[in-house]
Write a new protein. Structure first.
Length: 224
């Protein structure tokens, strides 16, 4: 086994052999220890995915409490199983997409460990314990060439739950240096840090509220 020492921008891998820390699974889901972010391997369960690829649980009252507008269902298509798109009202958030991230192929039993271990995330990866009960990561990604903060949450299921922050075009245009595919693969660390500090808090705020509607009493070690 390998242990990864987590940092905001990068992770240092060292050899190790201890088992990942964590309490026994339960319902409600137990709190997770902060030191779990240092481990590549995690305790896990295998419960049913709590999100139905629609907007169930995301009531108008819940969304208005975090300053968001109406929600609409994006039907399934070639890009995925469907999702819920929520209208934003902030210069850092035009829309928030809530969607399932299923396993990419039969050889991968779970999606979340892929992103937890940093696959394809050369620019930014932050491991975190979210809402005390969920393993989660924050990454920077580019939808249509625009940077966005993506919060991916382990629900203890084969699929993971992802919150994708979509910026208004004028805001996204103020961060052109972040897209390393357009800048000869050079990563602007200071610019990335600044962007994630500005873009992620609203995604986290909405995700925290949304999980209360989508997955009450849930967590990465929930038993049902």
């Amino acid at each position: 086994m390998k242990i990864r020492l987590a940092a905001l921008l990068a992770a240092t891998v060292v050899a190790g052999c201890s088992s990942p820390p964590g309490p026994p699974p339960g319902k409600p889901a137990p709190k997770l220890p902060a030191e779990a972010i240092a481990y590549d391997d995690l305790k896990s369960t295998d419960r049913k995915f709590p999100f139905h690829n629609n907007c169930d649980g995301l009531t108008p009252e819940l969304l208005s409490s975090v300053g968001l507008g109406e929600a609409r269902v994006i039907p399934p298509g070639p890009a995925g199983p469907g999702s819920c798109a929520i209208k934003g009202s902030d210069r850092m958030l035009e829309e928030l997409w809530v969607q399932e991230k299923p396993t990419p192929n039969a050889s991968e039993p779970r999606y979340f460990p892929i992103v937890w271990r940093g696959a394809g995330q050369a620019q930014y990866l932050r491991r975190m314990i979210f809402a005390d009960r969920y393993y989660a990561t924050e990454t920077i990604d580019f939808y249509g060439g625009q940077p966005g903060c993506y919060l991916t949450v382990d629900t203890g299921s084969p699929s993971a739950l992802q919150f994708r922050g979509i910026l208004p075009k004028e805001t996204a245009a103020s961060y052109p240096e972040l897209n390393y595919t357009m800048t000869n693969y050079k990563v602007d660390r200071a610019g990335t840090d600044k962007f994630m500090a500005e873009a992620c808090p609203i995604v986290e705020k909405v995700a925290l509220a949304a999980l209360g509607g989508i997955d009450p009493d849930g967590g990465s070690l929930a038993t049902a």
